[in-house]
Structures are given as C-alpha cells and as structure tokens.
Design a protein around this ligand. Structure first.
Ligand code: NAD
Length: 282
C-alpha cells in the first residue's frame, strides 16, 4: 500500500511558497500578510494558531495574531474584524474556531471580506464553490485535492464516498470532487448502511471524528483512502480509519498524523498568497 505523505508534500509546498514570497515581496514592496484572531483559551486552538504563526514566519509572511479574552463583547470582535478588513497590509483574516459560548461565529465569519476570507468559510466563497467559480477554498478539502493531484491520483469518473457532511470538510470536498468529475456520495450520521456505501468507493474519505470507524471490511480492494479524522486517544493521535487493518485492502492511504493535517496549513499559505496576488492586481 502506498502511503500518501502529506507531511512531505506540505513541506515542498511551503518551500515553493517561500521562494514565491521572496520574489513577490521584492516586486511589490511588501510581503503577504495574514491576521489570525484567537478568542479565549481553548488549548487545541492555541496549538493550531502557534503552528500557523510558525508557518507564516517560515515562508516570510507578515503575520499578526490577536489573542483576545473570552469575555470580549461581540461588538468589539466585530470592530476588530472591520479594522482588519480595511488594513491594506493584511491580505487574509482567519478567525480561529470554535469561538467561546456567547459569541456568534457565523455573524463574525460573514463580516470577513470575501477577498480576505482565506479559510473559505464566507457564504460568498462557499456559493462560488457551488457554482464552480474561482474562489478562496476551504483549506482542508483544498489540501486534499492538492494531495491527490501531486500523487497523480485522478478522480474523474471515479466513485468518491465521503463520510461526514460538515461545512468545513465534507460538503466543500464533495463540491470540489464533483467539479473534477467524480461521482460523489456524502454519508453522515443518519446514513442507513454505511458499509454498503463505502464498499462502492474508489476514493473513500473519512471526516467524522470517531477513532477507527472505517474497518477493512468497509473498503473496496484497491481503493484510495483519505483519513481526515484527528482523534486524541490514550495511544496518541489516531484517524477515523483502522490504518493497520486497511493496509491489506487499500491501494493508497494517508496516515494520521502526517497526512491531511499538514496539508491544511500549507493550503492556508497558498490561499493567503492567492489573496495577496489579487490585492496587488487591483
Ligand atoms: P463535524 O463534527 O462537524 O462533522 C462530523 C460529521 O460526521 C457529521 O457530518 C456527522 O453527520 C458525521 N458522522 C458522525 N457520526 C457518524 C457515523 N457514525 N457514521 C457516519 N457519519 C457520522 O466534524 P468536522 O469538523 O468535519 O471534522 C471531522 C474530523 O476531521 C474530526 O476528527 C476533526 O478533528 C478532523 N479535522 C481534521 C482536519 C485536518 O486538518 N486534518 C481539519 C478539520 C477537521
């Protein structure tokens, strides 16, 4: 079984971006800028933001992180987003989710200017994705598409089954695969016979958050499996797939950790450069 190495692929992408940024910054007199807004003290969010900050520094972006208290009023948070919308040095704005209780995340996401929405969560970007128009695309699914491309795994005409219908992974990934001419099914918690669906998949994507939900008997021999799940267990980080069990069945698979995770951050950098290039052209 081929191991689809997201860590290695993400490292290459980061190196490519670093070179690109050096050229772009010289040409335009400034580097791409990313603002990260972090509210409250969710430990996992702090780790994610630190990783994003380090990645930005490595490739030469200007990054600004706003660490805000969890009792910040909604209006103050909205003002900060408004200021970042008007800040010409910031090409991308990322609001780290989840927000503490009492804050309206959808309202905040809706306020981010679509051309700065490097997470691709704004309804304008999601809507453009539905229509097959150019847009800033959600990082995890776009990272998966890049990973498939870089491993020359074609999806046109293939049967793709996604487990999970979230707005940040399952749904946008379904649209991206459809755009690339895959035949797509999206399964979820109410799907009747999950195994019957997954056994039909040439490309199976698990984005659920249940450790080892996908076992060998649920996978068609020769299928490509993408494991998006990140589950913290007593034995460390595991995905949604029984990696060892699937080895004998799948033709290729992403590991956890070192698969989709690193691609998500790489895609954030790609999206920020995309936003910057667009701003420079205006
Ligand atoms: P979510 O909780 O928003 O969605 C989970 C989905 O799984 C839902 O659509 C639900 O219907 C479905 N589901 C739940 N139980 C099911 C079952 N028994 N059978 C079939 N479907 C079921 O989750 P999310 O934000 O999409 O994240 C999913 C997983 O991916 C989590 O483990 C998360 O940590 C991980 N994740 C990883 C990355 C990354 O960069 N690698 C990014 C985002 C999310």
């Amino acid at each position: 079984m081929l191991i689809i190495d997201g860590k290695k692929t993400a490292t290459s992408i980061r190196q490519e971006i670093q070179c690109q940024v050096a050229v772009l910054a010289q040409r335009h007199g400034r580097a791409p800028g990313l603002a990260v807004v972090l509210v409250g003290d969710n430990p996992a969010s702090h780790v994610y933001v630190r990783n994003k900050e380090a990645a930005c520094r490595e490739v030469g972006f200007v990054s600004r992180v706003f660490r805000l208290p969890d009792d910040i009023p909604q209006e103050r948070l909205e003002t900060i987003i408004g200021e970042l919308n008007n800040d010409p040095a910031m090409d991308g704005i990322l609001l780290q989710l989840p927000l503490p209780q009492g804050l309206d995340s959808q309202k905040c996401l809706d306020l981010i200017r679509p051309d700065k929405d490097v997470d691709g969560f704004h309804p304008v970007n999601m809507g453009r994705l539905v229509l097959g128009l150019p847009c800033l695309r959600s990082c995890t699914p776009a990272g998966i598409m890049t990973l498939l491309q870089r491993y020359n795994i074609g999806v046109a005409g293939k049967k793709a089954v996604i487990i999970g219908r979230s707005n940040i992974v399952g749904k946008p990934l379904g649209l991206m695969l459809l755009q690339e001419n895959a035949t797509v099914s999206i399964c979820h918690s109410k799907t009747k016979d999950l195994g019957a669906e997954t056994r039909r998949a040439d490309l199976l994507v698990a984005a659920v958050g249940i450790p080892r939900l996908v076992t060998a008997d649920m996978v068609k021999p020769g299928a490509v499996v993408i494991d998006v799940g990140i589950n913290r267990t007593d034995v460390g980080l595991v995905g949604d797939c029984d990696f060892d069990g699937l080895r004998a069945v799948a033709s290729a698979m992403t590991p956890v950790p070192g698969g989709v995770g690193p691609m998500t951050i790489a895609q954030l950098l790609v999206n920020t450069v995309e936003a910057y290039v667009r701003h420079m052209a205006l």
